[in-house]
Unconditional design. Structure first.
Length: 223
């Protein structure tokens, strides 16, 4: 209903919509293009794809201009984790737990992959969409490359400056084995490309999380 409210507002005010969707709607895939079949495996994916279909319908019925971005795994400074809400983004989770000296759990064998996009690279794509002249289009916002979870852990460990052996646990429900999304279309149509390599992005993320915890006030001891 939130998406419908936005679409109704856009219809009344002749506004363009730029929508943040989710590449997880493809399911397990390698170098998936925007024309690939949809294979939702979680309620979150279904919700995102439902919003996409509603935007397509409003475009056909009312001529509402919409540009949809299917985000890969976005990461970077200020990303939050929440165990209570089961929101555990991979880079931020590894970095936070290592910096706080907590044990590390990798769910699965660590060979599952993610397509990482640094948060600083995202706004450029969204702004380019505001100047895009097509009435309706869909883009993968991705690096176009796979990284194994185990490789991500090793990079985070290096920048934290620690050597910890992770504990392996059964895969999480709904976890996707391989994630890799073609960004050929967004490069061609919008002239966008990812500019931050994983090594730099992960280092910046670790540094930001370290700085955040160093700046937190320590509780006073009461004698």
């Amino acid at each position: 209903m939130g998406s419908v409210n936005v679409l109704e507002y856009a219809r009344k005010h002749d506004a363009r919509i730029v929508f943040s969707s989710n590449s997880g709607i493809y399911g397990p895939c390698v170098r998936a293009k925007e024309i690939a079949p949809v294979n939702c495996s979680t309620p979150y994916d279904v919700d995102k794809y439902s919003a996409e279909l509603m935007m397509q319908a409003y475009n056909k019925q009312y001529g509402i201009q919409s540009t949809i971005f299917r985000f890969a795994t976005v990461y970077g400074p200020r990303q939050r984790i929440s165990e209570r809400q089961r929101w555990m983004p991979v880079v931020a989770t590894f970095a936070t737990n290592l910096l706080l000296g907590r044990p590390i759990t990798i769910f699965g064998d660590g060979l599952q992959t993610r397509d990482l996009v640094f948060v600083k690279d995202v706004p450029d794509a969204l702004l380019r969409a505001m100047r895009y002249d097509k009435m309706f289009d869909v883009f993968n916002l991705s690096s176009g490359h796979e990284m194994k979870i185990a490789e991500i852990f090793q990079l985070v460990s290096r920048f934290v400056g620690t050597k910890v052996r992770p504990v392996y646990a059964p895969p999480s429900p709904g976890d996707i084995r391989r994630m890799s999304y073609s960004n050929e279309k967004i490069r061609r149509e919008l002239g966008w490309e990812p500019r931050t390599p994983p090594e730099e992005g992960i280092r910046l993320t670790v540094d930001a999380i370290r700085q955040e915890y160093q700046n937190r006030p320590h509780p006073r001891r009461v004698s």
